[in-house]
Design a protein around this ligand. Structure first.
Ligand SMILES: [Zn+2]
Ligand SMILES: [Zn+2]
Length: 107
C-alpha cells in the first residue's frame, strides 16, 4: 500500500488528493509524514495555490505575494490571507464565518 492509499484508508479522499498534489510538487511522503498530515497538507495547499497563481478570495492579492506565515489553508484546501481570515472569524454574521469560496468551515 503506498502513502496515498494509506491516507485514503485512514482519512478520506481529500487527504489522498492532497498527497497526490504534494507528490507532483516534489514532496516525499512516508508513513510518519501522514501522521502529521494536517499540518503538512496545509503547506501543500499553500504551495499549490502559489504555483497555480491563485488569489486570496477576499482581497484578491496573489497568494504568491504572501509569505507562508501570512496565509492560511482552510480545511477545504482553499487559501486565504491571514488578515482576511481574522476578519471573517471576527464577523458577527455566522454565515460569513465560512470559506468565501466553498462555504466550508474555517477550522
Ligand atoms: Zn486577503
Ligand atoms: Zn473552501
Amino acid at each position: 500500500m503506498d502513502a496515498e492509499h494509506y491516507a485514503s484508508s485512514i482519512r478520506n479522499g481529500k487527504v489522498a488528493n492532497y498527497l497526490k498534489t504534494g507528490k507532483a510538487l516534489g514532496y516525499k511522503f512516508d508513513y510518519a509524514s501522514i501522521v502529521k498530515a494536517p499540518a503538512l497538507l496545509k503547506e501543500i495547499a499553500k504551495d499549490k495555490a502559489k504555483k497555480e497563481g491563485e488569489r486570496c478570495p477576499v482581497c484578491l492579492v496573489s497568494i504568491s505575494e504572501f509569505d507562508n506565515d501570512s496565509i492560511e489553508a482552510l480545511p477545504c484546501g482553499h487559501v486565504i490571507c491571514k488578515d482576511d481570515l481574522a476578519t471573517l472569524e471576527a464577523s458577527d454574521n455566522p454565515s460569513l464565518r465560512v470559506c468565501p469560496i466553498c462555504r466550508g468551515p474555517l477550522h
